[in-house]
Design a protein around this ligand. Structure first.
Ligand SMILES: NC(=O)c1ccc[n+]([C@@H]2O[C@H](COP(=O)([O-])OP(=O)(O)OC[C@H]3O[C@@H](n4cnc5c(N)ncnc54)[C@H](OP(=O)(O)O)[C@@H]3O)[C@@H](O)[C@H]2O)c1
Length: 255
């Protein structure tokens, strides 16, 4: 089956391309780096040529609700229109557990993305996952100011991006279902402690300050709004086991 991964150069996108190929599918990533821009539409139709399934793993690095909403509305509509024109039979979209309980900041855009799929005319399945183990590194990079590392507090139950990727490929192989079970990792963790452990693993030095970031999205995460419900599907490994298997000095651990 030919699978195109929108955002295929990102943290989870790379894993999806690899997981799909490992299952014997013909898979390719699509992003600005490969000449397809979901904001302008440029290069999207040709990237989707002969695609049977699209997996949507695009993202924008922002905590601003308006920026996020504008980005996801546009990228989702571009994908829906191109998929319909190209005869794609199924779009699998990756969302985040609890976004509708906490529709602020970046998550406002994820809610808009889900709504666009629900209102659109392309067959879709939305899978919500919790934060990735790799999220510790993503947040750490954004919260570094010279030698000072901020470690924001949040309650999370993280899952490995690779496990999410394998699950998404399984969903992609099936029929469009609208919405399917949420997925989560095996244990609740404190994000600030994950960031400290991630830095220790990489041998990074310097001051680390645990902080409560302002804003409704991070407040909601401290209150546990990003934690999965009891019926979520749990996928290993734990953060600790995942981290100990990451290369120590590759400079890319956690990506
Ligand atoms: N990170 C987490 O913990 C987490 C947890 C659960 C769900 N998710 C969801 O998983 C998805 C992927 O997240 P991620 O953390 O893997 O993202 P990421 O590493 O930031 O990657 C984002 C991807 O989007 C592409 N992209 C950005 N702007 C684009 C544009 N205008 N046109 C085409 N492609 C564009 C980027 O490639 P180019 O720069 O080459 O365009 C990149 O491949 C998101 O929907 C996110 O909400 C993330």
């Amino acid at each position: 089956m030919r699978i195109i991964v929108a955002g295929g150069t990102g943290v989870v996108g790379r894993e999806i391309v690899a997981a799909a190929r490992a299952r014997g599918h013909e898979a390719a990533g699509m992003s600005r780096a490969t000449g397809a821009d979901l904001q302008t539409g440029e290069g999207v139709a040709s990237a989707l040529r002969d695609a049977e399934v699209v997996i949507d793993a695009v993202s924008v690095a922002t905590m601003d609700a308006e920026t996020s909403t504008r980005f996801f509305r546009r990228s989702t509509q571009t994908l829906i229109d191109a998929a319909r024109r190209g005869g794609v039979r199924h779009i699998v979209a990756l969302s985040i557990v609890g976004v509708d309980r906490n529709p602020h900041g970046y998550y406002a855009g994820k809610v808009a993305q889900e709504e666009a799929y629900q209102a659109g005319d392309a067959p879709f399945t939305i899978v919500r996952a919790t934060q990735f183990h790799e999220f510790a590194g993503q947040v750490a990079r954004q919260a570094r100011f010279g030698p000072l590392q901020l470690a924001p507090r949040a309650r999370v139950q993280p899952v490995a991006a690779r496990a999410v990727a394998e699950h998404l490929v399984t969903v992609a192989e099936g029929a469009a279902r609208g919405r399917t079970s949420d997925i989560a990792g095996p244990r609740e963790e404190e994000l600030s402690a994950m960031i400290r452990a991630w830095r220790r693993h990489r041998g990074e030095r310097g001051p680390v300050l645990t902080v409560s970031l302002p804003g409704a999205q991070m407040r909601g995460m401290r209150q546990g709004l990003a934690l999965p419900d009891a019926d979520a599907r749990v996928l290993g490994p734990s953060f600790e086991d995942w981290l100990s298997a990451q290369p120590i000095n590759a400079g890319r651990a956690g990506r």
